[in-house]
Design a protein around this ligand. Structure first.
Ligand code: FAD
Length: 318
């Protein structure tokens, strides 16, 4: 069976949800192997095996993560040259897309970014992309070399499938060019205790309708253990950080439940949330476009509705 590599997205050995999604997708194409770059590989190994990694290629050194993406590209290139895999799956975030592009040039392969699905095709690996704010789906087949595919988070439901997780060390001497730009400082965001926006099962977002008071949005989110999102209008007004923006120029989320409060439902906002499994909107304008795509809509003032909903959730939880 053809080997399919998955670049592991992790924080000090703790694998992120995107990696489990990519391993689930990789199984549809062939035999998944994980490529782990950085220290604490032993922390990740068990989880990678649980989600189907037959093999884990490990470059176990901190230095690869002290620079921008070039070292990861050199390590992946070495593994691709050694194994000639059918495909390499990479998370489609800013760093992942850069890695995918550089890797495709190095290995003279076809590259697709922002894929939402990957499957075997007649002539090669078939991918689906969602474009123009989700208005069109584009299906493409990578026919040249290894298919390098960057896949959007939340595109697939994770299915565990235990495998061997056998470890193989990757022996690469990083070039001076790969170490040209060193990261001198990185500041973690202030901890909110809330889940990461793109990984959360529930997202509660606020828009211009909050008038800058995100209190009811945050309290409702906390009652549900949800992440907080924001429309661009709220972010541009300086009410919420850009890292929480949902939409075309923000993050794309696909949670089990998405609650939009005081958000009109502009196409650029929909682009970031319309694949959510259940969508609920609270808006005082019954003509607001958001109501065209909701599963449940509440016509009302968010300052009345959200506190009541928060109380109801708390009561239900006991
Ligand atoms: P509005 O459109 O002003 O809607 C506010 C809503 O709140 C209204 O429907 C109103 O009825 C309701 N409301 C007011 N008060 C209350 C209340 N007390 N209770 C309940 N409801 C109330 N937007 C994004 O969100 N994400 C993006 O990534 C993004 N990218 C963009 C990229 C480009 C290139 C462009 C041109 C635009 C982009 N936008 C994006 C902006 C987008 O077009 C909209 O302007 C924006 O989404 C509107 O935000 P909003 O719904 O919060 O505000």
């Amino acid at each position: 069976m053809a080997e399919v590599l998955v670049l592991v997205d992790h924080a000090s050995g703790k694998i992120r949800k995107a990696t489990a999604e990519l391993l689930t997708l990789a199984r549809r194409l062939g035999e998944p192997s994980a490529v782990y770059v950085g220290p604490n590989a032993e922390t990740a190994q068990v989880t990678l095996a649980k989600y189907g990694a037959h093999k884990v290629y490990v470059y176990d050194a901190a230095d690869a993560l002290e620079y921008l993406v070039a070292p990861q590209v050199e390590i992946l290139t070495a593994v691709v040259e050694k194994t000639s895999p059918l495909a390499v799956l990479i998370p489609s975030n800013a760093a992942g897309k850069e890695i995918a592009a550089r890797l495709a040039i190095r290995t003279e392969s076809g590259v697709i970014t922002d894929a939402v699905d990957v499957k075997p095709g007649g002539e090669g690996v078939e991918t689906t992309q969602s474009v123009f704010a989700g208005s069109y789906s584009v299906t493409s087949t990578v026919t040249k070399g290894t298919a390098i595919v960057a896949v959007k988070p939340n595109s697939v439901a994770i299915e565990p499938a235990p495998a061997a997780g056998e470890v193989e060390k990757v022996d690469v001497t990083l070039s001076d060019a790969a170490k040209a730009v060193r990261i001198v400082e990185s500041k973690p965001k202030a901890a909110t205790g809330r889940p990461e926006l793109t990984e959360a099962a529930i997202v509660v977002s606020g828009g211009r309708g909050t008038g800058g008071d995100f209190g009811p949005v945050e309290q409702f989110a906390d009652s549900l253990g949800a992440a907080v999102g924001a429309s661009r209008a709220a972010v541009d007004a300086g009410w919420y950080p850009h890292s929480n923006q949902v939409g075309q120029t923000g993050k794309q989320v696909s949670p089990q439940l998405y609650v939009a409060a005081g958000i009109s439902g502009a196409i650029q906002h929909r682009a970031g949330m319309q694949t959510s499994k259940t969508i609920v909107a609270v808006n005082k304008d019954e003509e607001a476009p958001i109501f065209e795509l909701v599963d449940f809509g509440v016509v009302g003032d968010l300052f009345t509705v959200l506190p009541q909903a928060t109380e109801a959730v708390k009561k239900a939880k006991g």
